[in-house]
Design a protein around this ligand. Sequence first.
Ligand code: NI
Length: 253
Amino acid sequence: MIDTHAHLYDEAFHADRDAVIARALEQGVSRMLLPNIDADTVAPMLELCSRYPNICFPMAGLHPTSVTPDFEQQLKAIAPLLNNKNIVAIGEIGIDLYWDKQYRQQQTEAFRIQLGWAKKLRLPVVIHCRKSYNEIMAELKREQDGTLRGVFHCFPGNEHQADEVTALGFELGIGGVVTYKNAEMARVVQHTDIRHILTETDAPYLPPVPYRGKRNESAYIYNIVKMIAELKSMSEEEVATQTANNAKKLFSV
Ligand code: NI
């Protein structure tokens, strides 16, 4: 199994980070991909990845909720990461109109610039999409030149949107939300070909059932695989193998 989205460098894991990774490995989660947030998370992310080579992999990106009017300075601070040969994706990037709409313009511009990074470096993108589906799709359609690929992390849409996303060359990141009694998410997973599904935790956020209200961690990928297997009437092993292969293919890990 692969956790394609985990913020394991976060303060929430300050006291027991090594134990968290040990539990994930024990559970059969062999790789953990770490999306960046802003200039301040770069150092702890790289430090963790250098301690766990071939297990933890870094990404380069500026999270949309970290975009402020000085976003160009922030992008400049993150850009040196692009020379790091271990970077597996540009992420997490996107548009978030849930918390704060005042920097909508800046968010869109930062997203566009980072899609440019991905195209130039031929890297996949990890997309954060919250209350911004139409805005993000408009950007992706404009920028798609046949080389853009990636994943909608914590896919927030319906079956029709799932079809649009996969037709445009993107995969669906499925996490803990699939274990909440969420009928729409269940339909999306049943409807979508397993070859377009990636597993992710978004640790320390969005823990699956039965860990709701607690800190999320990569070992809980198992609970997500189990739920996908139930919804698709597949064996847990098939789901684990296929989703891990999807992740290996997209991120070259
Ligand atoms: Ni995230």
